[in-house]
Write a protein that binds this ligand. Structure first.
Ligand code: ATP
Ligand code: MG
Length: 581
């Protein structure tokens, strides 16, 4: 491609609304343009990168035996009503009407559509398993679209769906996708980590998120410094504390009320009573599928509502509102405690609370707390279990070594769905005995456009992007500094033809711009390899070659250029840990 004929509208300044580097650089390098909030035009360079990511993902999906389809973006409401998600999905679902007043939505994901397709086509166990995928634009009306391609409202996703005849098959499909994801992200050149994620009612280790490690990530992950363990915070188990259970001990003074006027928060109560937060039991009231539930954690800990929801076995969890708190505890917010709660409200306690006794807690009475609370003696705990959020000072739940918290960007998600959709939508097949059974499903997403942004987050410097060669818009920039020197211009043309012949995509800067402008632009766009031909080089029979990422420069001979260039190119790829195919 000749830059003299190509459209790359670079910008000198960072756009005012761009907070993260990838957003700034994608705009400045002329790769994307904003149409409206969370919705972008992909310009020629940006689309090239997106297409390269798509192609790698496609190849790895095909290799794993998945088959590409393309499903409609507009989906009828009836299907979403079958699964109950028409109501449940909420405001992220963009809904529309046709001329007959019928309801539709723009697909944020395609479980309903694919399940509908498969139930109409697949009748026998002999036709299973199948795995179908597509690469397509999704629409989600995100509450806070931001960071450019990172969290758009319209974005490109690869979504795959597997259908199996039994659990065993579904697990096999799951791990095949897991491996395909590792292969794809490695080929793209990302530094990533698969982490355990919550699988809701499915249980087991059947949900993993693939995280690109970057400080600007919106997700926090806990990972072990010594073993492979990694999990997002809502999933990470807390290692069972060892010690004696003190719940049933009776050798503490009788529970006693103390006045704590105006002390609502843990800090206020602790200051007032001059105790440490770890001596206090924090009581939180939740509504799970419409029913109130109390949860207890130590005053210095945070409750993990996903763990609570899974323990109780519900779908929908939210903190109780003021009115419910008053009804259940008889007191305003801030004074709930486990002793004297409405008897119908089950109490779930973090198991760390077994290790202590003689607690301070709310008295279920305005401006009052209790001292000398024993969880065994003074109230009835339904169950003790792991209910809190892991902290950086906790040991690794798997090996006990130190852990650390890092930031990550979720670029992929693999999930075993089980029978969730196939039962509701009656996607059944006849098994070996002629009996109808629901198919066991899995779903697998990759954020294709988000990957381009993540790659920039991981690879940039003060001058611009440093794209991995596998997904750079062009692998090589050939910069001709001929000016009016016709010999240089002629030689550059020749080299460009040679590079093309090697099947390498090159951006040939044949423009009549100043050298400084050409260099700055090549650095900004971040072509991984730069070749610079000037009058002096031509005279000496060499061309200058620069590795964009490290800045290292070398000289390649003009005589035997193709061979020297191919060897250098291989070297650059291998510096990225990438293999040339
Ligand atoms: P997030 O927690 O970031 O909102 P999600 O859990 O909603 O992600 P999935 O439904 O699993 O995401 O979608 C599959 C993949 O699509 C994600 O792993 C992510 O890479 C990508 N993705 C999701 N939402 C967006 C978005 N708004 N913009 C760009 N990519 C997205
Ligand atoms: Mg989301």
């Amino acid at each position: 491609m000749r830059l003299s004929k190509y459209y790359i509208p670079t910008l000198k300044e960072d756009p005012a609304d761009a907070e993260v580097m990838s957003h700034k650089l994608l705009m400045r390098a002329g790769m994307i343009r904003k149409l409206t909030s969370g919705i972008y035009n992909y310009l020629p360079l940006g689309l090239r990168s997106i297409n390269k990511v798509s192609q790698i993902v496609r190849e790895e999906m095909d290799r794993a035996g998945a088959m590409e389809v393309l499903l409609p973006m507009v989906q009828p409401a009836d299907l979403w009503e079958e699964t109950g998600r028409w109501d449940f999905y909420g405001k992220e679902l963009l809904r529309l009407n046709d001329r007959h007043g019928r309801n539709y939505c723009l697909g944020p994901t395609h479980e309903e559509v694919i399940t509908d397709l498969v139930r109409g086509e697949i009748k026998s166990y002999k036709q299973l398993p199948v795995n179908l995928y597509q690469i397509q634009t999704k629409f989600r009306d995100e509450i806070r679209p931001r960071f450019g391609l990172m969290r758009g409202r319209e974005f490109i996703m690869k979504d795959a769906y597997s259908f199996d005849k039994d659990e065993e098959g579904a697990e096999k499909s799951y791990f095949e996708m897991f491996e395909a994801y590792k292969a794809a992200f490695s080929r793209i050149g990302l530094r990533f980590k698969p982490v355990q994620a919550d699988s809701g009612q499915i249980g087991g280790d059947f949900s993993h998120e693939f995280m690109v490690l970057a400080d600007t990530g919106e997700d926090t992950i806990a990972s072990c410094k010594s073993c492979d363990f990694g999990a997002n915070l809502e999933k990470a188990k807390v290692r069972l504390p060892e010690g004696v259970c003190h719940c049933d001990e009776t050798n503490i003074p009788a529970m006693e009320e103390v006045d704590t006027p105006g002390a609502h928060t843990v800090e206020e109560v602790c200051e007032f009573l001059n105790i440490k937060p770890s001596k206090l039991v924090k009581t939180l009231l939740f509504i799970i599928d419409g029913e109130p539930v109390a949860a207890l954690v130590r005053g210095d800990r945070e409750i993990n509502d996903v763990k609570l929801r899974n323990l109780v076995g519900g779908n929908d969890i939210e903190l109780a509102d003021e009115e419910t708190v008053k009804k259940v505890t008889g007191a305003p917010v801030g004074f709930a405690g486990p002793a004297g709660l409405d008897k119908d409200v089950p109490i779930y306690a973090d198991r760390e609370l077994c290790l202590g006794t003689d607690w301070v807690a709310g008295a279920n009475k305005g401006d009052t707390h209790v001292k000398h609370l024993s969880l065994g003696r003074d109230c009835k705990v339904t169950k003790f279990d792991d209910l809190r959020v892991i902290e950086p000072t906790d040991p690794c739940p798997e090996c006990g070594a130190e852990i650390e918290f890092t930031k990550g960007i979720e670029v992929g998600h693999v999930f075993k769905l089980g029978l969730k959709y196939s039962e509701k939508m009656e996607a059944t097949f006849l098994d070996e005995n002629g009996k109808a059974k629901p198919m066991v499903m899995g779903c697998y997403g990759i954020g294709v456009s988000r990957i381009v942004a993540s790659a920039i987050e991981q690879n940039h410097d003060e001058n611009g992007c440093c794209f991995p060669p596998s997904i750079a818009p062009f692998e090589v920039a050939l910069i001709s500094l001929g000016g009016k020197d016709q010999d240089v211009a002629d030689k550059a043309e020749e080299l460009y033809a040679e590079i093309m012949k090697l099947g390498v995509d090159a951006a040939y800067d044949d423009r009549k711009e100043r050298p400084g402008v050409k260099f700055a632009e090549a650095d900004l766009i971040g072509y991984p390899m730069q070749l610079v031909l000037g009058g002096k080089g031509l005279k000496n029979g060499i061309i200058e070659a620069k590795d964009r990422k490290s800045g290292e420069k070398t000289e390649l001979p003009l005589d035997g250029f193709a061979e020297a260039f191919s060897a250098w190119r291989k070297e650059i790829w291998s510096k990225w840990g990438l293999e040339l195919d």
